[in-house]
Design a protein around this ligand. Structure first.
Ligand SMILES: Cc1cc2nc3c(=O)[nH]c(=O)nc-3n(C[C@H](O)[C@H](O)[C@H](O)COP(=O)(O)OP(=O)(O)OC[C@H]3O[C@@H](n4cnc5c(N)ncnc54)[C@H](O)[C@@H]3O)c2cc1C
Length: 377
C-alpha cells in the first residue's frame, strides 16, 4: 500500500518549501519531494540573495500581496531565529517617463507607499557607488532590500519538519495521476505515495509535470556576477540600496556586497537564451562576463574590479511575465504555481499561504485573478 498524506508538494525550492510550511502549520500531513538537495543550486533560488521591493513597477496590484509577504517573512524569521530580510532601501531607476520609474511611482501613489524621488545627480551624491546617467530618475523606497534565498528555503524546510511535515530530498517525481476515487497517486524514483491533494511547485521544470502549460512557463538561462569593488565600503549594505535599473542596454538589478565577496549584478533576460531546464548551459563564458561588466563600467565604475564569483540560474517565463497559479482543468485536488518570470522569490512567503489556501479551502482571500492560467487560452 502506498503511504497516504493529506497533501504532497512536488519541488521543495522557494515556493514549495513555503507551501510545505503553511500546510504543516494548518495541521496537515504533508510530504515535500525534492529531486535535488535542499537547498540546491540547480533551479532558480541560489546565489545568496534576492531583491524584495514594495514599489512594484510591474503592476500595482502586486502590492497587497507584497505587504502580506512582508508579514509572513517576519513570521518565518521569528520561527527560524534568523534574519532573512535585510532592508537596504531599493532604487527603481529609469530615464524620465520610462516604465520602471513611472510604474514604481504609480504603485506608490495607488497604495500610499512612502518614497522619495531623486534625480540622477542626487542619487549619485547620496549613494556614491552609483553613477547614473544624466536624465535618469530614481524612486527610493526604504522597505526595499534583499532576502537570503537559500537560508529562507532552509528556514522553511526546518520549520515545516518541526511542525510534522515529511521532506525527502534526492527523490524525483516521475509522474502522478488522479485516481477514480479522487485521490492523487505520485510515483517517484524511490516509491509511490497517495494523497488527498497535490501541489506542484517545480520551477523551471514545470512544463514537464503540469499538464496544459506547455509554452507558457519557459525556462531561460540567466547569469550573475560578483565583482570586487575598488572601495568595498561604497557598496556595503548601509550605503548601497539594491536596484532595479533600466539603462539603454537593458534592465539590470544589483546588490551591495553581502555573504560572498563582490558587488552582485545581473541583467534581466541576460542573452535571451530559452532552454529546457535539463539542458541548461551551466558554464559561464567570457561573453556572459562582458555583458555584465559593460554595465558596471558605465553605471557602477567603482565596482569594476576582478571577478569573485559567477553563476548561472534559470527564470521561468510566462508570456506576460505574470505568475501562473491554478489547477489543471477538471482537477480541483491539484494546484500549481509556476511562471514566476524572474520576480517571484520575494513573494514566496505569500505564495506558500495561497497554495495552502487552495488545498484547505479550495480558494483564497488573496486576489490571484491576474495569475489565472486560463488567460492564455
Ligand atoms: C538569476 C536570478 C535572479 C533573480 N532575482 C530575483 C530577485 O531579485 N527578486 C525576486 O523576487 N525574484 C528573483 N528571481 C526569481 C526567483 O528567484 C524565482 O521566481 C523563484 O526562485 C522561483 O522559485 P520556485 O520555487 O518556482 O523554483 P525553485 O526554487 O527552483 O524550486 C523548484 C524546485 O522543484 C524541484 N523539482 C523540479 N522538478 C522536480 C521533480 N520532478 N521532482 C521533485 N522535485 C522537482 C527543483 O529541483 C527545484 O528545487 C531571480 C531568479 C534568477 C534565476
Amino acid at each position: 500500500m502506498p503511504q497516504a498524506f493529506n497533501a504532497i508538494v512536488i519541488g521543495v525550492g522557494a515556493m514549495g518549501s513555503a507551501t510545505t510550511y503553511e500546510l504543516a502549520k494548518r495541521g496537515k500531513r504533508v510530504l515535500g519531494l525534492e529531486r535535488f538537495d535542499i537547498p540546491n543550486d540547480q533551479g532558480s533560488s541560489h546565489g545568496v540573495n534576492r531583491i524584495i521591493r514594495l514599489a512594484y513597477y510591474e503592476d500595482p496590484s502586486y502590492v497587497p500581496l507584497m505587504r502580506q509577504a512582508y508579514e509572513l517573512w517576519s513570521e518565518i524569521e521569528a520561527a527560524a531565529g534568523e534574519t532573512l530580510l535585510y532592508k537596504t532601501g531599493s532604487i527603481d531607476t529609469d530615464a524620465e517617463g520610462g516604465a520602471v520609474f513611472e510604474g514604481s511611482l504609480e504603485s506608490c501613489r495607488v497604495h500610499d507607499i512612502p518614497h522619495e524621488v531623486l534625480t540622477a545627480t542626487e542619487t549619485n551624491r547620496r549613494f556614491p557607488g552609483y553613477s547614473l546617467p544624466e536624465g535618469h530618475m530614481s524612486l527610493l523606497q526604504t522597505d526595499g532590500g534583499f532576502l537570503l534565498s537559500e537560508r529562507s528555503i532552509v528556514a522553511y524546510a526546518n520549520a515545516s519538519m518541526a511542525r510534522g511535515a515529511e521532506i525527502h530530498a534526492r527523490e524525483q517525481v516521475l509522474g502522478w495521476d488522479v485516481t477514480g476515487a479522487g485521490t492523487v497517486k505520485v510515483r517517484t524514483d524511490r516509491a509511490e505515495y497517495e494523497s488527498e491533494s497535490l501541489v506542484i511547485t517545480t520551477g523551471a521544470w514545470s512544463e514537464q509535470i503540469v499538464p496544459g502549460i506547455s509554452g507558457n512557463a519557459v525556462a531561460e538561462r540567466q547569469v550573475l556576477a560578483w565583482l570586487q569593488p575598488e572601495d568595498p565600503s561604497l557598496f556595503s549594505p548601509d550605503r548601497f540600496p539594491v536596484f532595479n535599473a533600466m539603462f539603454e542596454e537593458g534592465r539590470y538589478y544589483g546588490f551591495p556586497v553581502f555573504g560572498i565577496p563582490g558587488f552582485k549584478i545581473g541583467r534581466y533576460h541576460h542573452l535571451d537564451e530559452q532552454t529546457n531546464a535539463d539542458d541548461l548551459a551551466r558554464d559561464v563564458t567570457a561573453r556572459d562576463e562582458e555583458i555584465l561588466r559593460d554595465a558596471v563600467r558605465r553605471y557602477f565604475p567603482q565596482a569594476n574590479g576582478p571577478v569573485m564569483t559567477m553563476k548561472t540560474c534559470m527564470f521561468t517565463n510566462s508570456p506576460d511575465e505574470h505568475f501562473i497559479i491554478g489547477s489543471p482543468p477538471g482537477m480541483s485536488q491539484v494546484s500549481f504555481a509556476a511562471g514566476f518570470s524572474g520576480h517571484g522569490f520575494k513573494f514566496a512567503s505569500v505564495i506558500g499561504e495561497i497554495m495552502a489556501d487552495l488545498v484547505t479551502e479550495q480558494g483564497t482571500r488573496h486576489d490571484i485573478s491576474m495569475f489565472d492560467p486560463a488567460r492564455f487560452g
